[in-house]
Design a protein around this ligand. Structure first.
Ligand SMILES: [Fe+2]
Ligand SMILES: [Fe+2]
Length: 388
């Protein structure tokens, strides 16, 4: 990274550094120093303060990319790499492998089970996968264009592939075969009073998916034998799609609030919007998952039930499947009128929160401690970013 490239990056950082030095506690300075060091810009940002502060005043806000912006973009690049990795696994087996989204040859029986949710599911899986690939490539390319370091997770591609027909045999970053799927987004977007930003907790739509470990793809061809279990796998995928994409729908607006550069804000808002489009699609399709009274995993013995979400004791405003537009709910202050919004959007600790949610999802079961350390560092740096 050259100093020229860093100038817009370090300048506003340096400006805030100047005002902070007198007041900041030693621990705050130490935190900031290690934060900058992790981004590989400590020397330039800390030593060239006064010069760069002058440059900052002259920079148009649209051209500024602060150290905090870089940290946010690097965490988002990693998140997009992880999204791409999981969506590629879905596309190889249940989507449309082609020149746009290469890899795998498809698995007809799994694809047909997924298509019970919508005849176009394979196309949607393909398109969601392609979108994630472009998010990942774009954010990394943008970082490089600003002289910042792109993110690679290649050293952590060690998790096994499905052995079912259609899957590529390559190392993976994510594990779709031992998921614990949080489906509270279903009731969260239907509630008219509750919002996790106020500390509210919401009930699961599919409680049995939120406990134990469930596969969302056939692990081997043996998983295709029992039609009930195969449909349970497809239904699990159908809910997991929305679980992943609602995470992105919140993560982008959460982090946007701490972006400084207008161009970086434009990137975060523009990519974040497509995550919301994904979530909207999947939240609609999940409601079409055929009810299953009881399916048993022949390998683990774990049971799963997909209730009829439209029939008593469920149904009504909190469960009805066609209520796919966000119901208005409490926002900012309960004294203000309810509003139809993305939720949650509180920014504090958002990157670490996203990492924790993905981890709790079981997506990284089998990953190394080095992987968790790397991701933890990226999230911590993103969460130290402040709007300047
Ligand atoms: Fe994405
Ligand atoms: Fe996404």
């Amino acid at each position: 990274m050259t100093k020229e490239n860093l100038a817009p990056t370090a300048s506003s950082e340096a400006a805030s550094q100047t005002s902070e030095i007198g007041a900041a506690s030693p621990s705050k300075n130490l935190k900031r120093r290690s934060f900058l060091k992790g981004l590989g810009v400590a020397g330039a940002a800390l030593s060239a303060g006064p010069l760069l502060a002058t440059a900052a005043e002259a920079s148009p806000r649209s051209a500024i990319v602060t150290v905090g912006d870089v940290a946010i973009l690097r965490f988002l690049a990693a998140a997009e790499i992880l999204e791409t990795d999981l969506w590629q696994q879905y596309n190889e087996l249940g989507g449309i492998p082609d020149s746009e989204v290469p890899g795998g040859t498809g698995n007809r029986r799994y694809t047909n089970a997924i298509k019970k949710l919508d005849g176009d599911m394979d196309q949607y899986i393909h398109d969601n996968t392609e979108d994630e690939m472009t998010h990942e490539l774009f954010i990394n390319a943008y970082l490089v264009s600003k002289g910042a370091e792109p993110v690679s997770l290649d050293q952590f591609r060690n998790l096994p592939s499905s052995q079912a027909k259609g899957a590529q045999q390559i190392g993976r970053l994510t594990n779709l075969m031992q998921l614990t799927v949080d489906t509270t987004w279903w009731t969260r977007y239907r509630s008219r009073t509750l919002n996790p930003d106020f500390g509210d907790t919401l009930p699961q739509a599919i409680p049995t998916l939120a406990v134990g470990q469930h596969t969302a793809i056939p692990r081997t061809d043996a998983d295709l034998a029992d039609p009930t279990f195969l449909q349970a796998i497809a239904n699990t995928a159908g809910f997991h799609f929305a679980t992943i994409e609602q995470g992105g729908s919140s993560l982008y607006p959460q982090l946007a609030q701490r972006v400084t550069g207008l161009e970086v804000l434009r990137i975060v808002l523009s990519i974040g919007g497509t995550e919301i489009m994904h979530f909207q699609t999947w939240s609609d399709k999940a409601g079409n998952a055929p009810p299953i009274a009881d399916a048993v995993d022949p390998v683990t013995g774990v049971h799963v039930t997909f209730p009829d979400l439209n029939a008593p004791p469920l149904g009504g405003e909190d469960f009805q499947t066609n209520l796919i537009m966000p119901e208005p709910t409490a926002f900012l202050n309960r004294r203000l009128p309810p509003c139809s919004i993305i939720r949650p959007t509180r920014t504090r600790g958002a990157a670490m929160g996203a990492l924790k949610a993905l981890t709790a999802d079981g997506l990284f079961v089998g990953q190394s401690s080095e992987f968790f350390n790397f991701m933890h560092t990226l999230a911590a740096q993103a969460d130290l970013a402040v709007r300047e």
